[in-house]
Design a protein around this ligand. Structure first.
Ligand code: 173
Length: 319
């Protein structure tokens, strides 16, 4: 320091705030619990982003549902309480019911980016929720019905099932009585016998100990599990072009790891079997009816709730 002349010191001090302004720090939350596989992968990704983003962009993980309750995650992003959330459309249908339609996508996210589907999603998300749809770092997973009572056909009459908007209309169409809860309440609901089962992806039931309270998994799985990064539109606009480019590149790198889920699916199914969870399967005709029903009910609900946007999404997300 002694070697700096007075003029140089002043110049350095004047430059410092400008240089500093080139680094943005964004607040990130997760609608999924902190010990979930989704958040473990998010944190690993953020670590890389922060290492590579020094002087450009930093991500600050604020927390999971204890920081922002699961079903408030969309609102927190919309209003700018946080900048980014790892969440899913079913958790912010209060803002835009069509968000849940991303589970009906039949084409991979990389293709959605090439085909223009991604832009259609972004137009809708910008307008409806003041959000930028950044990317989808979870793919190749299906949802399943987990039960504590045995069934031999796709008929849930007399069963109480924990749902979110993902499964609500489908399970209801199969005769179930449904109870909506955040993931954080599933264990207690099972423990108290408030529900006979729940919907959840193929992976993750061990994260919160649900395997202890689960007897059966129903196959086949249905829909396309959607977990995405969404960002407040104003916060996005405040970023400089290089910061946006950096963030986009990092999200693409995250999505490029999506094959991870294929091996995770196998590992999780195996682990469930080892934990004594039996698989319930239907005959081919019943399985087809089950999947067709899921799809049909899914689109019918989305179109009913938000006709114009759901139709736009259907046009670009299905084959
Ligand atoms: O809570 C849920 O069952 C749910 O809707 C969901 C959505 C995506 C991934 C995991 C769970």
């Amino acid at each position: 320091m002694r070697k700096l002349s007075g003029a140089m010191l002043i110049a350095a001090l004047l430059c410092a705030p400008a240089a500093w302004a080139q680094q943005a720090t964004l607040r990130v939350v997760s609608a999924f619990s902190e010990n979930s596989i989704y958040v473990k992968r998010l944190e690993a990704w953020m670590k890389t982003v922060n290492e590579e983003g020094k002087g450009v962009l930093q991500l600050n993980f604020v927390g999971g549902p204890r920081a922002i309750p699961t079903f408030e995650s969309g609102n927190a992003v919309k209003t700018g309480v946080v900048d980014i959330a790892l969440t899913t459309g079913a958790f912010y249908t209060n803002l835009m019911p069509e968000a849940d339609a991303l589970k009906l996508a039949q084409i991979p996210v990389a293709e959605q980016r090439r085909s223009g589907a991604f832009e259609v999603i972004n137009q809708i998300w910008n307008e409806r929720a003041n959000m930028v749809y950044l990317g989808r770092p979870v793919e190749h997973q299906t949802f399943h019905l987990y039960l504590n009572k045995k069934i031999d056909k796709p008929d849930l009459t007399g069963l109480k099932i924990r749902v979110t908007p993902v499964y609500r209309d489908f399970f209801q169409a199969l005769g179930a009585q449904v109870i909506t809860t955040a993931p954080g309440e599933v264990y207690t609901a099972l423990e108290r016998g408030v529900v006979d089962g729940y919907g959840w992806p193929i992976g993750g039931i061990f994260d919160l100990g649900w395997h202890e309270k689960t007897k059966y998994r129903v196959d086949p799985g249905f829909y396309n599990v959607e977990v995405s990064l969404v960002m407040n539109l104003d916060a996005w606009k405040r970023l400089t072009p290089p910061q946006r480019e950096f963030l986009n590149r990092q999200v693409l790198a995250f999505e490029a790891q999506n094959d991870f889920w294929k091996s995770d699916n196998e590992a999780e199914a195996k682990r469930q079997a080892q934990a004594g969870i039996e698989t319930i399967t239907f005959d081919a005709a019943a399985a087809k009816r089950y999947l067709d029903k899921a799809n049909e009910v899914g689109w019918a609900s989305a179109i009913k709730a938000s006709p114009e946007n759901a139709r736009k999404l259907k046009a670009v997300l299905t084959k």
